[in-house]
Ligand binder design. Structure first.
Ligand SMILES: O=C1CCCN[C@@H]1CCCn1cnc2cc(F)c(Cl)cc2c1=O
Ligand SMILES: [Mg+2]
Length: 510
């Protein structure tokens, strides 16, 4: 095999593309651009996430549903207000066979318009509340921008939860419960730290009331990335779709229900690849690795007799059995015709967290040799201690991967109160947390003011200019630093004369 041909630090986008392909996560669907094939290694990760999340939302009382994948022009009309911005992304079916459809139907980009007419039909009494459905499916959004595996595709897998509540407080409580589960998927399964917060008015889901989000950080390019969102829709959609219940306290009076909708997609896999991968390929957090430990026989030279080799491989099989009994997802690579070195590269490329080598020298000392994929650390483990040492080591790897990523994120989230430090901070691959007025127009201005680089001479020829991406607001972190005095502290944008409302995290982003 040829491994990854570029360095992550030198050509990040090509590095990423090679990793997802050569680690057999993805295949490009070359028939139609913007679509990707997800292979077994990906589906193992997605299914691990799905089991973890499904178990927890079931415990909350969320039930599963499956709605049709098409929506009608009519039901879309109800959402007209905020849908027009999305119209270019809608995929339409206009024909069946040779015949034109009387009325074209749209492929779901999300399922509010599909589901809510039936919420109106099913939700009649406050006793029907809280009403909670989730579906696991794929949606289609005909992105105009350049697509990237996992991060931006024209079809992706996700779950979409849609719930209805009697009061704003009940809805608010669930929004945060779900957001915490999203953070848990990132932090506990993918070893990826996220900042929890609320989207600004400019960045929230326009059809909703407010949006809460978990925001990630990609050290390689210093960009922020939206990880998953949990929206409170307020009564906006219940008014559009007439979803009401009789007021329990006042006969004959009707109340619009308070709704939430929340979604997490296969984008999470791309974030994990980008953060943990290295120049040898994928690096998988053990909790989501299909193979946590690969056993490779070494030192089986031609000098060994067939009996000796057989005896050795029998011992290796016993070791494999010990690991499996200890709950480790272990496999052995006994492929003939490949050298140990070749096998080492192959499994490193695929991100297997822990390699275990077993040769005659190890056998003589009743040990195995190991190599950690995340740090490269090597050593030996007595066979008698495998049952405890290997699971411990896998947990240590998981924790170390998280801690390293958390430290990188924390060190690149700079609290800034001097505007002149902002662009240099962005150019040094940081996100910034600044006092901000939270007004959309001010955000637009800031996006313009932060394009290009600070270290770029004005006469740099246009073609050589750095990515001219300005910074966007990512979220208003729930964890607010001290220091903003309402009605006194000014918004950091020098062209804005408003007072600061909160510390807001900004960054160049996906
Ligand atoms: O983000 C989530 C979580 C899961 C359920 N949905 C919400 C909001 C989805 C916003 N959104 C996102 N993208 C869209 C694309 C479209 F083409 C159309 Cl017509 C609508 C939308 C749209 O409403
Ligand atoms: Mg979009």
């Amino acid at each position: 095999i040829i491994g990854i041909t570029v360095k992550k630090s030198e050509n990040f986008s090509q590095w990423y593309q090679e990793v997802v392909l050569k680690a057999e996560l993805i295949e490009y669907y070359t028939e139609i651009s913007g679509f990707f094939i997800m292979r077994p290694a990906t589906m193992y990760i997605w299914n691990t996430i799905r089991k973890w999340f499904q178990e927890r939302i079931e415990a909350m009382g969320v039930e599963e549903t499956s709605f049709p994948m098409f929506l009608s022009q009519k039901s879309l009309e109800k959402e007209k207000a905020h849908v027009e911005g999305f119209a270019p992304e809608l995929a339409w079916v206009t024909k069946a066979g040779e015949k034109d459809l009387d009325v074209p139907v749209a492929v779901r980009p999300t399922s509010e318009a599909v589901m809510y007419p039936y919420y109106a039909k099913w939700i009649r009494s406050h006793r029907d509340l809280p009403f909670r459905l989730n579906q696991w499916n794929s949606v289609v959004r005909w992105e105009a921008k350049q697509t990237t595996p996992f991060l931006r595709a024209r079809e992706f897998l996700w779950q979409e939860g849609h719930t209805a509540h009697l009061t704003e407080e009940q809805a608010a409580k669930e929004v945060l419960e779900i957001l915490e589960l999203y953070a848990g998927i990132y932090e506990q399964l993918l070893a990826v730290p996220v900042v929890r917060g609320r989207k600004t008015e400019a960045e929230k889901f326009a059809g909703g009331y407010y949006t809460t989000t978990v925001e990630g950080y990609i050290p390689s390019n210093g960009r922020g990335i939206q990880g998953a969102t949990s929206h409170c829709l307020g009564q906006n959609f219940s008014k559009m779709f007439d979803i009401t219940v009789e007021d329990p306290n006042e006969k004959g009076k009707h109340l619009y229900v308070w709704q939430n909708s929340w979604g997490l997609s296969t984008r999470v896999i791309g974030v994990m690849v980008m953060i943990h991968g290295d120049d040898k390929g994928l690096v998988l957090p053990p909790r989501i690795a299909k193979i946590q430990s690969i056993l490779i026989p070494v030192g089986l030279t031609a000098k060994m007799t067939a009996e000796e080799k057989e005896a050795h491989l029998k011992k290796l099989d016993e070791i494999l059995d010990i690991l499996k009994k200890a709950g480790v997802r272990a496999e052995s690579d006994l492929r003939d015709g490949y050298t140990p070195a070749w096998k080492f590269n192959d499994w490193e490329l695929k991100g297997v967290p822990l390699r275990i080598e077993f040769g005659p020298k190890d056998a003589a000392k009743d040990v195995v040799s190991y190599a950690r994929r995340d740090t490269g650390e090597k050593g030996t483990i007595p066979i008698a201690e495998l049952t405890t040492k290997v699971p411990e080591m896998l947990e240590t790897i998981q924790q170390d991967m998280y801690n390293r990523a958390e430290k990188a994120f924390r060190e690149h989230r700079l609290q800034i109160t001097n505007w002149d430090e902002v662009v240099p901070a962005l150019d040094a691959k940081n996100l910034v947390i600044i006092p901000h007025c939270l007004v959309p127009e001010c955000e637009e201005q800031i996006k313009e003011m932060t394009k290009g680089r600070s270290d770029e001479s004005p006469d740099t020829p246009e073609g050589q200019k750095a990515p001219s991406m300005g910074m966007k607001s990512l979220c208003i972190p729930f964890e607010q630093p001290e220091g903003i005095v309402k009605g006194e502290t000014k918004c950091l944008n020098p062209q804005c004369s408003r007072f600061a409302e909160a510390w807001c995290m900004f960054g160049r982003s996906y």
